[in-house]
Design a protein. Structure first.
Length: 47
């Protein structure tokens, strides 16, 4: 049993998120991938 058993761990970066998720699962945790940066399209008049 890993030391992350029963814990949810947020991964906020897009780089190597799958590899990090695998490591978290091996330690017994549950990875949750979420973006902390978002691109919103708008018209030039809205700017």
């Amino acid at each position: 049993m890993g030391n992350l058993h029963g814990k949810r761990i947020a991964i906020t970066g897009s780089r190597k998120s799958e590899e990090i998720s695998t490591l978290i699962r091996k330690k017994g945790g549950e990875p949750v991938i979420r973006a902390i940066q978002e691109t919103i399209k708008c018209s030039p008049s809205e700017l």
